[in-house]
Design a protein around this ligand. Structure first.
Ligand SMILES: [Zn+2]
Length: 389
């Protein structure tokens, strides 16, 4: 088949499968899969595996003990050229029970439901892009779908990040079907993130009877919060945010315990050690005698570095948009982390945020634009053809 014929087949395949795409979207959103809900994530993995096998792809589930499973599915297994990677995740930030309050619903041009935007819609985009390529007899490269089960918690209980690096090395390109933006911004650079918890132990006593014997954990942590916020370096792009704080038990006791959680964003992979060192120094400093402080690292993402190869891949996507007569996308840097960090680490040119577009991500008001489901699937399939055009 000639390439322009293949592109026509892709367009008509997507146009002819709106019902099936919406049905799969509803099915995936209707399986709750918060990151802590292993059974739910595993059920999504099983559904995706079955869907891909039915489409004639080789699909496997990679079992994780303490996190949601991963899925890998390959089309054109035997193709000799370097593969194309479609990346994503099956877990959501929403705990079990969210679905009952907020089931998959379409109102007007928007779809609602837990994970509808981040990123069950993106999974449907990836699967139907693969099916459309198959309908167009695309055989040039293997197309490999890799979905993680614990992205929203930074793979802290699994080896998924290492696995992504290993499975994508040598690939021609990676498209991450993560949450898309309403203004068609695509992502070629992301900040890295680190999450810490700082715990302070003081001495709890009655605030009226023997206050002099108390050692206030809240006072100690109050000083430290200010130290931590002051570490922010806007020029270097490193920001520190003490996002939660708790401490004390009752108002008439000197508080014996206090803790904060800290979110740090940064641009350079090498800054990770500097950040750890600075927070350790704040932890070691003591403002209230006899208090003890401990720092725990909870999660993190490496930055997705901006590369020349990613810019070139973005140009391919942009050309695809123009060909299809769609509003031009632009490349941007965002502060939120994603698994694109790992494909970039593997040396693979990567464009992120290729999934359905929408707004209010991670909130109860999360929504996705229904038409973007079809548009993005067509763009993705056509962009894969354009890698060799
Ligand atoms: Zn996501």
């Amino acid at each position: 088949m000639r390439m322009d014929t293949m592109k026509r087949v892709i367009a008509s395949y997507i146009n002819g499968h709106h019902e099936e795409m919406l049905a799969l979207w509803e099915r995936l959103v209707s399986i709750e899969s918060g990151s802590a809900d292993k059974a739910g994530v595993d059920a999504v993995a099983a559904a995706v595996q079955a869907e891909m096998e039915a489409a004639g792809a080789r699909a496997a589930v990679i079992t994780m003990k303490q996190a949601g499973n991963m899925v890998m599915a390959v089309l054109n297994d035997q193709a000799a050229e370097a593969p194309v990677i479609l990346l994503g995740h099956m877990d959501t930030v929403f705990p079990s029970g969210t679905l009952a309050a907020r089931p998959f619903t379409i109102r007007g041009d928007k779809a609602y439901g837990p994970g509808v935007l981040d990123m069950k819609g993106g999974i449907v985009v990836a699967i139907f892009a693969m099916k459309a390529l198959q309908a167009a007899s695309y055989r040039k490269r293997p197309v490999k779908l890799i979905l993680a089960g614990d992205e929203e918690v930074g793979h802290r209980n699994s080896r998924a990040a290492d696995r992504i690096v290993k499975e994508t090395r040598g690939a021609r390109a990676a498209f991450n079907c993560e949450t898309g933006f309403l203004d068609n911004a695509l992502v070629v650079q992301r900040k890295g993130s680190l999450v810490f918890q700082l715990d302070v132990e003081g001495v709890a006593v009655h605030a009226g009877n023997e206050p002099e014997k108390g050692r206030s954990a809240i006072l100690e942590i109050a000083h430290k919060v200010i130290d931590i916020q002051n570490l922010t370096d806007w020029k270097r792009g490193t920001t520190y945010n003490v996002g939660t704080i708790c401490g004390g038990t009752v108002v008439n006791a000197v508080p014996g315990h206090a803790s904060v959680q800290i979110d740090v964003r940064y641009l350079e992979p090498s800054d990770r050690e500097i950040i750890r060192g600075r927070l350790q120094a704040v932890t070691a400093a003591q403002y209230v005698t006899d208090t003890k402080s401990e720092l725990t690292e909870l999660a993190g993402f490496l930055p997705m570095k901006r590369t020349e190869a990613a810019e070139q891949l973005f140009a391919v996507v942009k050309r695809t948009y123009t060909e299809l007569g769609l509003a031009e996308p632009y490349a941007q840097m965002v502060g939120g982390g994603s698994d694109s960090a790992y494909t970039v680490l593997a040396g693979v040119p990567t464009v992120c945020a290729m999934g359905v577009t929408g707004g209010r991500n991670h909130s109860p008001q999360e929504y996705a634009v229904v038409d973007s489901l079809f548009e993005r699937a067509q763009v993705l399939a056509a962009a894969i053809l354009n890698l060799d055009a």
